[in-house]
Ligand binder design. Structure first.
Ligand code: ATP
Ligand code: MG
Length: 563
């Protein structure tokens, strides 16, 4: 297994960002240092797309003996909260990464960034503009029509310094003035047409409180933070490619550390929305039960659903690093999870939709403690005892009164193997007055204990079961994708993206599980034989466990990949 993995690693070619890093290392750029950062804005919970970015940034640093900073991009006080900061830290840690003591905030640098702005004013390349937001926007022109210079563009340096200081002192109303860079109003790149650097906002900031009433724009903060932290490779998503000339302009004008920005395609998944705005709307509109609802693509949702950090890291690795936007099949994510859980999840028996079976020749009151294998993939997981008695539950689906050909489960006259137990044969079907089957009566063959017949008799089907007297009542929550549409962001005129939601994305069942599951720790994971992987939910209490179905056993990715 291990050797196999190494081989795989060796033949796997470098992705384009690794190639850039290795080229830089060969040239001893940055004295051979590799320093990346993960820069979330604390305005929502992290999702699987962020996980991709986290694995990439921390992965590069660990591969090249470097470091990764965690930096909160908290330049927009109106949308940011401590709750998000805390959840982000928890999620990055849970994924298996550490920033050591390098936890930074863009707001830590507000004073320095302010000084940078003053430097630009003094160089005559920034000015205070009094146009409204709309006027600035129209004045910018279009990609094919050059913009119009602002009437405030040619203020003197002294006047700009004075006005900017007074903006900071809180003398002017919100929206009345901004600081703009003075670059090129006819640049083919709209971002170079005198972008706004600072705006007035009388907003309380989650860290700096009320000390500032002007805040830098993202574009005038992000790159500056990278430089201040001497980030060597600033990895971001493609939409920032067009911003890069602006960031490089700031680096030249301010003569600061030249962090190199490298863009890659953001991760999109089928049947999933990834925009933070939409995820927030799902939470605030109660379309789901919070950020960690097991149907959410958030890291906390995936965790609660039963995903493992290993599965998510493997997924991030397999999707690779693309230069063009694409959408990844969600079945690949599920496949990575199954592979991981198959190795580590212990097997248990549970019955989701019970049908009562009475073993008519079972010795009255007797209980047989059968040996069951915990995990065939891992002999070290050992065995456990499962009680067998004369009354059992099996799945309703595992019995048919009038079965079609090739139905190998239980039917009148037919014989099946009970997992780890005995062969049983159906001898009678009991119905209520409406004709609904209430019980199935069977005989068992005492010679078949453990699942084999000494006379070599074969049975085709093996079904799972629980002993009624010993079973524990539990709740099972079964999930489907939150959206029916493969691409929920693709909506027609007049449609709402939420119209594509799946009304049956969650089903709750009362079910029965074997007694070893009476007390589970939350997030403990199991394979319920033939039913899927299940993870104990936070709502479990002693004696009444709650299980989320993490994923079914059917793997449609393997089938797709085999084609
Ligand atoms: P916003 O629109 O609020 O800025 P965002 O998706 O950019 O949302 P951030 O918190 O700013 O969220 O993102 C932090 C980091 O995660 C950024 O470097 C961003 O590029 C990266 N990231 C965000 N979404 C994805 C995604 N779907 N795939 C890969 N990386 C992503
Ligand atoms: Mg962002």
């Amino acid at each position: 297994m291990e050797a196999n993995r190494e081989e795989k690693e060796e033949v796997k070619s470098l992705h384009f960002i690794e190639q850039i890093v290795e080229e830089d290392l060969r040239n001893n750029k940055n004295d051979g240092r590799v320093h990346t950062r993960f820069p979330p804005e604390p305005n929502g919970y992290l999702h699987i797309g962020h996980a991709k970015s986290i694995c990439l940034n921390f992965g590069l640093a660990s591969k090249y003996n470097g470091k990764t900073n965690l930096r909160f991009d908290d330049t927009n006080p109106s949308k940011e909260e401590q709750e998000y900061v805390d959840s982000i830290k928890q999620d990055v840690n849970w994924l298996g990464f550490s920033w050591d003591d390098r936890e930074y905030y863009a707001s830590d640098y507000f004073a320095t960034i302010y000084d940078y702005a003053v430097t630009l004013i003094k160089k005559g390349v920034a000015y205070v503009c009094e146009l409204s937001a709309d006027e600035i926007s129209t004045g910018r022109g279009t990609p094919t029509v050059p913009g119009q210079p602002s009437p405030f563009r040619n203020r003197t340096i002294e006047e700009n310094l004075d006005l900017f200081a007074r903006m900071k002192a809180g003398e002017f109303a919100e929206g009345s003035k901004v600081l703009r860079a003075k670059i090129d109003m006819s640049s083919p790149n709209m971002h170079m047409r005198d972008p706004v650097l600072y705006r007035i906002m009388f907003a309380h900031h989650h860290r700096t409180g009320d000390s500032w009433c002007i805040y830098p724009m993202y574009d005038f903060a992000h790159g500056q933070c990278d430089s201040l932290e001497r980030i060597t490779h600033s990895v971001c998503t493609l939409e920032f490619e067009v911003h890069r000339p602006l960031y490089d302009w700031f680096i030249r004008q301010l003569d600061i550390f030249p962090s190199r920005q490298i863009e890659f395609a953001r991760l999109n998944l089928t049947y999933t929305v990834m925009s933070k705005r939409k995820l927030l709307e799902l939470v605030t509109g109660n379309y789901v039960n919070g950020w960690d609802d097991p149907r959410m693509p958030t890291i906390s949702g995936l965790r609660r659903r039963g995903y493992t950090p290993e599965a998510i890291r493997e997924f991030a690795d397999r999707v690779g690093v693309a230069k063009r936007d694409n959408t990844i099949e969600i079945v690949l994510l599920e496949h990575c999870l199954r592979e991981d859980l198959n190795k580590r999840a212990e097997r248990r028996m549970a019955v989701l939709k019970p049908l009562k079976v009475v073993i008519v020749n079972w010795p009255e009151g007797e209980v047989d403690e059968l040996d069951a294998i915990n995990n065939p993939e891992n002999p070290a997981a050992g065995t456990r005892k499962v009680p067998f008695s004369g009354e059992l539950y099996i799945e309703q689906d595992d019995f048919m009164e009038d079965p079609p050909k090739k139905y190998y489960r239980l039917a009148p006259g037919a014989e099946v193997r009970l997992r780890y137990g005995y062969f049983i044969r159906c001898v009678d079907v009991i119905k209520d007055e409406r004709g609904v089957i209430t019980e199935v009566h069977c005989t068992y063959d005492p010679e078949t204990r453990g699942g084999n017949s000494p006379d070599g008799r074969k049975v085709q089907g093996t079904i799972h079961w629980v002993s009624i007297k010993h079973a524990v009542k539990a709740e099972a929550r079964l999930y489907e994708h939150l959206f029916i549409k493969e691409n929920p962001d693709d909506i027609a005129e007049g449609e709402d993206w939420k119209d594509g939601m799946n009304p049956d994305s969650m089903k709750t069942l009362e079910c029965f599980v074997e007694p070893s599951l009476a007390n589970v720790e939350s997030l403990q994971k199991f394979q319920f034989e033939r039913l899927g992987y299940f993870s104990a939910d936070l709502d479990s209490v002693s004696g009444k466990p709650v299980f989320n179905r993490t994923v079914t056993l059917k793997d449609s990715w393997s089938k797709m990949a085999a084609k």
